[in-house]
Design a protein around this ligand. Structure first.
Ligand SMILES: [Zn+2]
Length: 543
């Protein structure tokens, strides 16, 4: 008993300490090098990577090179390339010449040959090797997962969201710039198969008991989406007829799970139908869609979504909404595939704006339910997930230092979008807006401001205060009201300036709009109670 209390006290204390540390978080020079568009990054535009990597599972060792193709935007001869310790860059070559470079932590500054003239396209080859960081708790604390399957065979995967792709290969490790296409060549022991992004172009058997798979990605791809998954895989596939024609859907699962997967993955075409309806065509038809089993929970790797939800419904068998609706689908298939539209198609320029990935994708879970089970079911679900919101920190993090905002970006993000749907009050228009976002920002990296402006323009509502409230503060608007002698008095409190969101209420069994502001408003009513529409993510207090 006593011990338990002590544990509770220690936990509470350390949580408080962690919060204080978080609020006062100071950033280092390394954070700035990683998180900002430095002068050594800004002058060149990425066009192509050919990552060629040899993976030795017994030694937990990797070695290889990345051929980087870039276009010169302004004359400069120093290029920043990132690679995280304990890996190291051993050599950099340009047109047969060995280049010199200086290292500052995880950033390398490479002195290119002269004549980097505006408009020219050049290549540089970066060689590297070492024992990459091992994932402690993939995918959140990522790196390489060196696991074995139940038959004792190697089961290996990379994951690096937030941490950065430079944890396992050298690249320009900032979200703002993406290659236009990429070739991923992976060499691994014979008897195992590697599945990366895009389409398998060639599988080559080498003399030294290894195989090399060449995967080509025919679309822009963000760094953290690039992945290696090596295992004793079986493969099955189907063709989905979607909005842009025939889409190849490929499934790679451990051999022992083949029959289980054939049954369980039926959610995948269902997902594709619902999301194409709401968001428009799947953004990567050229690259196919793949679901790949991995030894961790899952990740939105572009066109090769990784799966480790143990073939269960919900999130590892549990319902994040507590309403029962969360058990109607496999959370990892729906959520991670939803990221193909929000994260992979529309990508944040700075990870501080990651709510664009997680808010819209968490919201997609309820749209999947809406498509198959209707509007009430979907509202139950998204409202049910409010219990997971902490309101500890704003959704937007600190810019230019590789800093994510609060984990509320998931369910507070989803609920702010659900609230916005109410303000639009026209589901067809709302759907066209969601589809419009995906065509307006097709294959682009964006800022929160661009998303805000698009939504304000296409809803016809000035949403500046709305977004300031929900994205930039932890305050939830509270409707204060008094009912006295047939008079309803009401106002918003806990709001940012200019916040004047209308809200739907039930008065005398009739639904109507109220237009609260910071100042008291009055309305004559014939009732002694009102009901606040549950679809709005607000608080209400009757005085
Ligand atoms: Zn996500």
């Amino acid at each position: 008993m006593k011990n338990k209390l002590l544990i509770v006290f220690v936990l509470a204390f350390s949580t408080l300490q962690a919060q204080l540390l978080q609020n006062k978080k100071t950033f280092t020079k390394q954070d700035t090098l990683r998180g900002s568009i430095t002068a050594e990054r800004e002058w060149w535009d990425l066009t192509y990577y050919h990552l060629d990597v040899d993976i030795q599972p017994e030694e937990k060792y990797i070695s290889g090179k990345n051929l980087i193709t870039y276009k010169v935007l302004s004359p400069h001869t120093v290029m920043q390339i990132d690679l995280q310790k304990p890996l190291k860059i051993t050599k950099v070559m340009q047109y047969g010449k060995s280049l010199t470079f200086k290292r500052d932590g995880n950033a390398y500054f490479i002195n290119l040959i002269s004549n980097q003239n505006i408009g020219e396209v050049h290549t540089v080859e970066v060689f590297y090797e070492g024992e990459p960081k091992e994932a402690k708790n993939a995918p959140w604390d990522g790196g390489f997962s060196w696991k074995k399957d139940n038959n004792g065979k190697h089961f290996i995967a990379t994951s690096c969201q937030g941490l950065g792709a430079s944890v396992w290969w050298p690249n320009k490790d900032h979200m703002y710039d993406e290659v236009d296409s990429m070739l991923i060549s992976v060499t691994n022991p014979k008897g195992l198969m590697n599945v990366s992004n895009g389409r398998l172009r060639e599988l080559v058997e080498n003399d030294n008991n290894t195989v090399t798979s060449h995967w080509f990605v025919n679309n822009p791809i963000n760094n953290y989406g690039v992945n290696v998954n090596i295992g004793d895989y079986a493969n099955f596939s189907e063709v989905y007829t979607g909005e842009k024609g025939d889409l190849d859907m490929d499934y790679w699962v451990l051999k022992d799970h083949l029959e289980l997967a054939k049954e369980h993955f039926k959610d995948t075409p269902k997902m594709m139908e619902a999301f194409e309806h709401w968001f428009g065509p799947y953004p990567f038809y050229e690259d196919s869609f793949k679901l790949v089993e991995v030894p961790y929970l899952g990740m939105e790797h572009q066109s090769s979504v990784t799966y480790g939800n143990q073939y269960k419904q919900g999130y590892l068998g549990s319902d994040l909404s507590g309403t029962g609706w969360g058990l109607k689908f496999d959370f990892i298939i729906i959520h991670e595939a939803g990221h193909e539209w929000f994260a992979n198609n529309i990508t944040n320029k700075d990870i501080a704006d990651m709510w664009i990935h997680e808010g819209f994708t968490s919201y997609s879970e309820n749209l999947f339910l809406d498509y198959y089970y209707g509007k009430e079911a979907s509202a139950d679900y998204v409202i049910g997930t409010r219990k997971n919101i902490q309101n500890d920190k704003p959704l937007i993090g600190h810019y230019n230092v590789n800093n994510e905002g609060s984990s509320d970006m998931y369910y507070k993000g989803a609920n702010l979008l659900h609230t916005l749907r109410q303000l639009v009050e026209d589901d067809d228009q709302w759907r066209q807006i969601l589809r419009g976002l995906n065509s307006e920002f097709y294959h682009q990296t964006v800022t929160t401001k661009q998303i805000e402006d698009y939504l304000s323009k296409h809803t016809g509502i000035d949403l500046s205060a709305f977004f300031n409230q929900y994205l930039r503060t932890t305050k939830i608007p509270t409707l204060e009201y008094i009912i006295d002698n047939g008079e309803l008095k009401y106002r918003w409190t806990d709001i940012v300036s200019d916040f004047d969101m209308p809200i739907q209420v039930g008065i005398d069994g009739k639904t109507q709009w109220l237009f609260p502001k910071a100042e008291w408003q009055t309305k004559t009513i014939n009732a002694d109670e009102i009901t606040i529409d549950r679809d709005f993510y607000v608080y209400a207090t009757k005085l």
